[in-house]
Design a binder for this molecule. Sequence first.
Ligand code: SF4
Length: 70
Amino acid sequence: MLLITDTGVPDQFIDVDQWGGLTMLRLDDGWCAALDRDTMLCSIYDKRPLICRDFAMGSDECIAEREVTG
Ligand code: SF4
């Protein structure tokens, strides 16, 4: 997930891809490093990336993704 605007994502959750682009850091299992695994809530909600703000909960894309991931 590319960080195309600065929303204040803390540095510890930012990675750099092979082209030098800033991305959200993923853990080894593929989950976003900013996800609180106990609550399954975003730990940086007020500073979450733009794409997370645009991904509307309950949208067709959201429902399709939930069907894939269970
Ligand atoms: S909403 Fe938060 S936990 Fe979910 S992908 Fe975005 S930054 Fe990660």
